[in-house]
Design a protein around this ligand. Structure first.
Ligand code: ATP
Ligand code: MG
Length: 150
């Protein structure tokens, strides 16, 4: 068995229905509770997950229902890693998509999702291939807490 360097991990798979955005956000908050986070930290993570999962739902699968996976891992040094993956249309130019205010969406979208994820998390990596899908990895290190299990 390969060596496991992280201390905990869950994976959830769901359909690209908008109802599941709230589910994903709350599931990550519940998992992160073991870090005894501050309200600010949990708020930041919930916002970032909300943006990432909304993108997978509305942009990844614009015309069909598809599968989305959400993996949450606890890494050393109180670092939470969140991976959101879809097998949808993909992003032709990731650098351009990450530019603030850039959107291919309708008037409801402001093009700020990636910028919000970047500002609320410590690290954001986006891998995408047109026609194959998109994988987004975000990390955030939580502040030390007296009495926390880790
Ligand atoms: N999972 C994805 N699959 C395909 N395209 C995506 C995906 N995520 C983002 N994109 C593309 O990147 C663009 C920028 O995303 P971003 O979240 O920053 O803004 P937005 O979703 O358009 O607007 P907002 O998030 O402010 O509502 C999107 O308009 C879309 O073209
Ligand atoms: Mg968005």
């Amino acid at each position: 068995m390969p060596t496991v360097t992280h201390t905990n991990e869950v994976t959830i798979s769901f359909l690209s229905r908008s109802a599941n955005e709230g589910f994903a956000r709350t599931a990550v908050a519940c998992f992160a509770a073991q870090l005894d986070p501050t309200l600010d930290e949990i708020g930041d993570v919930k916002t970032a997950v909300s943006e990432a999962v909304t993108n997978a739902i509305v942009h990844g699968y614009p015309n069909e229902l598809g599968k989305i996976t959400l993996r949450v891992r606890l890494l050393p040094d109180r670092t939470l890693e969140i991976t959101v993956r879809d097998w949808g249309v993909g992003i032709p130019d990731v650098d351009k998509a990450r530019t603030p205010l850039y959107t291919t969406g309708n008037e409801e979208r402001s093009g700020m999702g990636f910028t919000i994820m970047e500002s609320f998390m410590d690290h954001l990596k986006v891998r995408s291939k047109e026609g194959k899908g998109t994988t987004l990895v975000m990390r955030k290190r939580f502040s030390p807490r007296a009495g926390a299990a880790m």
